[in-house]
Design a protein around this ligand. Structure first.
Ligand code: MG
Length: 258
């Protein structure tokens, strides 16, 4: 499993990323009070399949595979919420929508957290902070920098007196598999092997930020990861390809008004 993708593979991932972005945008557009998670999941899957792609999260995992196209995670749910639930979205909720696909045998991965109707100013601030921290992490990506520089930059964009950065959830390489080496932590640490960033690497950068603690718990459904203290959580993610001079976003984020 080569860490470096060829120009041809990156061109295919760009195509996959555009389709993924379109599918996510369709779910974002529907994400309003009164809509169920199951309806968003069905729409995202429809758009992916209509474009010739295959949802990559559906069927992921061993004995008890993930059942849906989208991971939909509401309020204190951080990631991996099961999309096909009959939970009705309500005014004031914040909802993470995480999605991945296969196109031309290559995987891409992305996520946004969206407001449902009007949300509190605290929730707006959480979403903005998380999105800003993602962009801060991207800014340092270029050949010769280190993977650990990304986490340092993400953390520097988060007021850690006010917010928690989940350390148990990390970004990752992506392309030939849904999750590839290397792990990409979202905080300053020397605990991971030192990996130099090289042209042609494809990376999923995905900070998860909470209004409370860094501790996580798994819901009884076996998939949904929640904050242990019940605080709110937010998650943004893009897949990028490392270029000669920096990076290219292969999965443009949908327009989300926060
Ligand atoms: Mg990911």
């Amino acid at each position: 499993m080569a860490l470096i993708k060829t120009d041809d593979e990156i061109a295919k991932m760009r195509e996959g990323g555009a389709l993924l972005s379109k599918a996510l945008q369709s779910a974002v557009d529907m994400a309003k009070p009164g809509v169920t998670m199951r309806e968003l999941d069905a729409e995202a899957e429809r758009v992916i399949r209509a474009g010739g792609g295959v949802p990559s999260f559906k069927g992921y995992g061993g004995a008890d595979p993930f059942p849906s196209t989208l991971c939909i995670s509401k309020n204190d749910e951080i990631v991996h919420g099961i999309g096909e639930r009959d939970i009705v979205l309500e005014e004031g909720d914040i909802v993470g929508l995480d999605i991945g696909l296969w196109l031309h045998n290559l995987a891409t991965d992305m996520a946004v957290t969206v407001p449902i109707g009007n949300i509190s100013k605290e929730r707006k601030a959480l979403l903005r902070t998380t999105r800003d921290s993602l962009y801060a992490g991207l800014e340092v990506i270029k050949p010769g920098a280190f993977i650990s520089d990304i986490g340092t930059a993400v953390e520097s964009a988060v007021d850690t007196k006010k917010y928690g950065i989940i350390e148990a959830l990390v970004g990752h390489g992506v392309g030939h598999a849904v999750h590839e080496y290397p792990h990409i932590p979202n905080y300053k640490t020397k605990q991971f092997p030192k990996v130099k960033i090289k042209k042609g690497m494809c990376l999923a950068i995905e900070p998860t930020v909470t209004t409370g603690s860094k501790e996580i718990a798994t819901d009884e459904d076996g998939w949904t990861i929640v904050t242990e203290d019940g605080s709110d959580a937010s998650h943004f993610e893009v897949t990028v390809a490392v270029t000669e001079a920096g990076y290219e976003i292969l999965t443009p984020l949908p327009e989300v008004k926060i």
